[in-house]
Design a protein around this ligand. Structure first.
Ligand code: SF4
Ligand code: SF4
Length: 291
């Protein structure tokens, strides 16, 4: 998977992997995580040939890339075409952040009538050429790796780039936030304080920040593998929590990730006005959503 290094002719300087950072519909927060690696930035620039990173450099490249980091969801027809071009130019394509891995907070529109949303948000929607859905990159092209979070965790990004630089597999754990709480000795907010918490079904990576401050996790890292959302929803129900409250809890940055999306659908949809009769949340583009 990580074949980013090519043999170097004797006497020649090693070729650095060509790295690109591109964005689609997003707030740029995940790209900024790379710039926030201040102590490691010079080492990273020495290890990679940073050929495309509009946030940081006026030097631009349309490819080819050994590695491309992709931020943001696919929300416009142009983006749906551009991600296919980017994929064709990249040996490894890594998606970063909740927008790119799950569609982002903007994917809440996927449950709504597109025209109503456009008219509510924009003064003159005639100038806005947006898709009816916001979808993750993996709905459109093959993805080689993903970093979760809103924004991504700097240490996970550093681990990924370090691993790619030396040609080894990144060590990105896939476990629940709960395990991080246990390791840190954080008292469980669900059990001790009856705080609704998505920690049992959420991918680790943040360091279990929210429970450490005595508040429940709202799932910004998205579902962990084999997340048992049904069990957690049943727990909340036995606790007397209304279905609308539980649906709202799942309706955050990663609402459109498959297990969270299913939970929201089972609970009657996200908060807000319902979609008109006949509409479903499945007006997807780009084929099968794998989450
Ligand atoms: S995942 Fe969060 S921080 Fe990253 S681009 Fe999207 S909204 Fe911004
Ligand atoms: S919402 Fe959950 S995953 Fe996100 S920072 Fe808080 S504890 Fe971590």
């Amino acid at each position: 998977m990580l074949a980013t290094r090519t043999p170097t002719p004797r006497g020649a300087a090693p070729r650095r992997p060509r790295l690109g950072v591109v964005k689609f519909a997003s707030c740029d927060g995940c790209q900024l995580t790379l710039l926030d690696l201040e102590d490691q930035l010079l080492d990273l620039v020495a290890a990679f040939d940073l050929v495309e990173f509009a946030e940081a450099s006026s030097h631009r490249s349309s490819g080819p890339f050994d590695i491309v980091l992709v931020e943001g969801s696919i929300s416009t027809p142009e983006q749906a075409e551009e991600i296919i071009r980017i994929r064709s130019q990249a040996t490894l394509l890594v998606v970063i952040g909740a927008c790119a891995t799950a569609g982002g907070i903007q994917a809440l529109r996927n449950w709504r009538d597109h025209e109503i949303v456009r008219r509510a948000v924009y003064a003159d929607p005639a100038y806005v050429d947006a898709l009816a859905t916001s979808t993750p990159i993996s709905d459109h092209v093959t993805v080689d790796a993903e970093l979760r979070g809103c924004p991504i965790d700097p240490q996970q990004l550093l681990e990924l780039l370090t691993a790619l630089a030396v040609g080894r597999r990144p060590q990105i754990p896939n476990e629940a936030v709960c395990l991080e709480c246990k390791r840190q000795g954080t008292v469980c907010v669900l059990v001790a304080r009856n705080e609704p918490c998505l920690g049992p079904v959420t991918h680790t990576g943040c360091g279990a920040i929210c429970p450490a401050f005595a508040r429940g996790c709202y799932g910004c890292f998205g579902p962990r593998e084999a997340a048992n959302t049904g069990s957690l929803v049943a727990w909340f129900g036995r606790d007397g929590r209304p279905a609308t409250e539980t649906a709202a809890l799942f309706s955050g940055f990663t609402a459109y990730a498959r297990p969270f999306r299913s939970a929201i659908d089972d609970l009657g949809g996200p908060p807000g006005p319902a979609a008109p009769a006949g509409d479903t949340p499945s007006q997807e583009v780009g084929g099968d959503a794998r989450r």
